[in-house]
Write a protein that binds this ligand. Structure first.
Ligand SMILES: [Cu+2]
Length: 183
């Protein structure tokens, strides 16, 4: 009798903890940035599980100018290296590789970096990316210049900024099915 009561109590506690963990985080407010003719909106990153060697950050870029520009990542406060990656499906395997020479944003074009697409890759993390915190990266545009951007960190596997964990999406993006071409 006592044991049953104890088990029930344990389960309900676990239930509460689970429900709490699944609540969407209230991440720090994402700021917009304008540098030259480039507008940056909705920067965000994904939390990483313990031991993960890399993490991903995302944002939306609009080129309001008349010349193409190119985005590269200079550095981040959370990782040894910062790169721009593309992601493609190759024989059923997601592959990502660094975008050589920077990611082009044509005049008048809006490019969204998002899970399963272009992303900012924080390579060799110094510590896990924690939900509710910020990670900072220094971005460089060939023409517009350099800007420090703060990325509020959403849940592990979040499909979108401010969303909860996205189940299988993490596996598709940075799980075992993925191959990374190191250059
Ligand atoms: Cu990547």
């Amino acid at each position: 009798m006592t044991q049953i009561a104890w088990k029930t109590a344990t389960w309900s506690l676990a239930g509460i903890a689970l429900a709490w963990a699944q609540l969407p985080a209230t991440p720090a407010q994402a700021a917009d940035y304008t540098i030259g003719e480039i507008h940056i909106s909705q920067p965000w990153a994904r939390a990483t599980p313990k031991g993960a060697s890399s993490g991903a950050a995302y944002l939306t870029l609009t080129n309001n100018g008349t010349m193409p520009d190119r985005l590269s990542c200079v550095s981040s406060n959370a990782s040894a290296e910062c790169q721009i990656h593309s992601m493609t499906m190759d024989n059923g395997v997601m592959k990502m590789r660094p975008v050589e020479g920077g990611l082009e944003i044509k005049p008048g074009e809006t490019v969204t970096l998002k899970p399963a697409g272009f992303h900012i890759m924080l390579v060799d993390l110094k510590h896990p990316l924690e939900q509710g915190h910020d990670v900072e990266a220094k971005l460089k545009f060939e023409h517009a210049g350099t800007v420090d951007v703060e990325f509020p960190i959403a849940a592990i596997g979040a499909p979108a900024p401010g969303a909860g964990a996205g189940g299988g999406t993490m596996m598709q993006d940075h799980g075992g099915m993925m191959q990374m071409d190191k250059h």
